[in-house]
Write a protein that binds this ligand. Structure first.
Ligand SMILES: [Zn+2]
Length: 442
């Protein structure tokens, strides 16, 4: 069935979406449906819960052993000084590389192996990897062990059907994505693992749906704002200065001035759900005054009140301007309100990122979706961030998308599952896209 790699069969045109070997590759994947399901179940059975970072090592070694047996060179990288790394919870990443038979681009599939805690509400064992009714259930089935399994089956089928492929193929299983990626993609990117010319194209099989190509995400600014007051006995508040009242004034300004402005700011980014096509602000937490002890409140005027803001940025916005916008509200209050004093502390920030939807990886994945699913894909952006931020900012690699099976809304939910047909179809899409990229025909 598979024509010899590199030669065109009768009637096939380069760029027409059909290459020699492709049909055979898709048949191989279809024939490996049960193997794909089994691999997904096996991955779910490693309870790689983060925090604290459970079972990373056995999971990474399981992936490494499998790929080594398929001719990959396997490296394990422990993020020794990353947050949470300890001998009890080592941050172990696995990167597997298989060289082709001649020069060409490198295509990399990056999946995180960590999952969030199972939480309550499950009707099934979250780490059993139960398969029933055409679905595989378990923590991480959707986010994102299903995607990891699909990428492994895709790459193996690509190699088996195109034994003389050019370039190189890589698969990585990285840790700590759910807590910012510092022991995972961030750590590796800082050490050159995600930079050209080592890599050219990256697909992150996050659960964005089998027929959607995710080309980027909004940015984030987390900040802590503190208002300062002066303590006094609660029976004589006029002797003090209440930090909570100052914070109330600030929150009122957010309501009056900032929220309406943000709601009007609409992005050209195709963010889903559409509510996230505006700039958004969440007041994450608020703490002021002394905690009550033994059920009895402290009769004191609060000398401090803190809020944590979670501001999500659009590609059209500028990080400094976003911060200034909040600072100006605070500065205005220092002019208008007696005794108003504040401090502002950055906690975390990520710039928005969006790759070109006409770039090689997005285009080849879109063509593959059309071929496998029979309809063109939807291009989307994610409301929150994922590891693409590190690949873009630190690795300086722009040709990166997220594409994988699983429904985003199910991520982090009880009874999380992935549909088996989606697993198989996404593996076909990944294989076709990678083959096109390797052959430089994207
Ligand atoms: Zn994820």
């Amino acid at each position: 069935m598979a024509a010899e790699d590199g030669r065109l069969a009768e009637g096939e045109r380069p760029g027409a979406g059909e290459r020699p070997g492709d049909a055979g590759m898709l048949e191989l994947i279809e024939g490996r449906r049960d193997e794909l399901v089994e691999l997904t179940r096996e991955l779910i059975r490693f309870p790689t819960v983060n925090p604290p970072g459970e079972a990373y090592q056995p999971c990474a070694e399981f992936i490494g052993r499998r790929l080594k047996s398929k001719g990959f060179e396997v490296a394990y990288v422990r993020a020794v000084d990353a947050p949470g790394d300890a001998d009890r919870y080592p941050r172990i990443n696995v990167i597997a590389r298989r060289e082709g038979t001649r020069r060409g681009p490198t295509v990399h599939f990056n999946s995180h192996i960590d999952v969030v805690a199972s939480g309550g509400g499950w009707t099934l064992d979250p780490f059993a990897g139960t398969s029933k009714d055409g679905k595989v259930y378990g923590r991480g089935a959707c986010d994102m062990k299903g995607g990891l399994a699909a990428s492994i089956i895709a790459v193996e089928a690509l190699i088996d059907s195109h034994p003389h492929f050019p370039g190189a193929l890589e698969i990585s299983g990285t840790v700590d994505e759910e807590s910012g990626g510092y022991g995972g993609v961030h750590y590796l990117a800082m050490r050159g693992w995600f930079s050209p010319p080592r890599l050219d194209h990256v697909i992150i099989p996050e659960p964005l749906n089998v027929d959607r190509v995710c080309i980027g995400h909004r940015g984030v600014w987390w900040a802590e704002i503190e208002t300062h007051g002066r303590t006094a006995h609660g029976s004589m508040p006029f002797l003090g200065d209440c930090a909570i009242r100052h914070m109330h004034a600030f929150i009122e300004r957010l309501e009056r001035d900032l929220y309406p402005r943000l709601a009007q700011r609409r992005t050209e980014m195709p963010v889903v759900p559409s509510g996230a096509r505006h700039a958004t602000l969440n007041i994450n937490s608020i703490h002021g005054g002394l905690m009550e002890t033994a059920g009895y409140p402290a009769p004191c005027v609060a000398d401090s009140c803190r809020v944590v803001l979670d501001r999500r940025l659009l590609i059209e916005e500028n990080m400094n301007e976003v911060k200034d916008e909040v600072r100006q509200l605070l500065e205005q209050l220092t002019l208008e309100r007696d005794g108003f004093r504040y401090s502002m502390r950055d906690i975390f920030e990520v710039r928005p990122t969006m790759t070109d939807r006409h770039g090689p990886v997005a285009r080849s994945t879109a063509a593959a979706i059309l071929r496998v699913m029979g309809h063109p894909p939807e291009f989307i952006c994610s409301p929150g961030t994922y590891d693409q931020k590190h690949i873009d900012r630190i690795g300086k690699l722009r040709d990166c998308i997220a594409y994988g099976p699983g429904i985003l809304d199910l991520a982090h939910q009880p009874d999380e599952y992935v549909v088996i047909d989606d697993l198989v179809n996404s593996a076909k899409v990944m294989a076709l896209a990678a083959a096109a990229l390797l052959h430089g025909r994207a």
